[in-house]
Write a protein that binds this ligand. Structure first.
Ligand code: GSH
Length: 205
């Protein structure tokens, strides 16, 4: 499999999952501005949506959308228990979290990345994001992981998007359970290895 990634983006989530599962993969860096890849390809020909993450399977098919990619990967190795079995309520709980993360935190923080956003709009988006973080805080106050007793793909995704908050000058220490969670997940070997492997690949022009 080939994972198309860009540093400091949501592609870190499937990358962490690949590391957790110990599956073989090739890493291809994408320049999100020029849409060229480290392999010299036109990324738009691989993912016409033009964004990472994209996972090319050994069949040549390309999967996009982070929540779909991580569930596909988890189901390749069910014994790793990175997602409850499909068809169970526990799996739907996982999907409930993945959807919350993708729409409320990932997409919800997009305006904060946008330099053209007006100050009044930013205040509204920050306030909404803070309320979502309050909700996560309540949940993490009584447990170490989002779903069940162990690390799942939802944790890989939440860790990834919460990692952007520092860049928005949002100090996660305001939410103590989240701050501890970030330390706990960030210390995992999978996270460290994924970050190290991404740093090894030079920028693409
Ligand atoms: N809905 C997509 C969104 C992916 C996304 O937002 N990718 C960003 C990085 S986090 C990106 O590559 N943006 C570049 C662009 O849109 O041109 C998903 O959940 O995978």
């Amino acid at each position: 499999m080939k994972l198309y990634f860009a540093p400091d983006t949501c592609s870190l989530s499937p990358h962490i999952v690949l590391q957790e599962l110990g599956l073989p993969y090739e890493l291809v860096r994408v320049n999100n501005r020029t849409k060229r890849t480290s392999a010299g390809e036109d990324f738009l020909a691989i993912n016409p949506k033009g964004y990472v993450a994209a996972l090319e399977l050994d069949t040549g098919e390309v999967l996009t959308e982070g929540p779909a990619i991580v569930q596909y990967l988890a189901d390749l190795t069910p014994e790793a228990a990175l997602a409850p079995a499909a068809g169970t309520l526990a799996r739907v709980r996982l999907q409930e979290w993945l959807n919350f993360i993708t729409s409320e935190i990932h997409a919800g923080s997009s305006p904060l990345f946008n330099r053209a956003s007006r100050e009044e709009a930013l205040v509204i988006f920050r306030d909404r994001l803070f309320r979502r973080l309050d909700f996560i805080e309540v949940n993490l106050a009584s447990r170490d992981y989002l779903v069940g007793d162990g690390f799942t793909v939802a944790d890989a995704y939440l860790f990834t998007v919460l990692g952007w908050m520092k860049g928005f000058s949002i100090d996660l220490d305001r939410w103590p359970a989240i701050a501890l969670y970030m330390l706990r997940i960030g210390a995992r070997a999978s996270v460290q290895s994924a970050l190290a492997r991404e740093a090894e690949i030079p920028p693409v022009k």
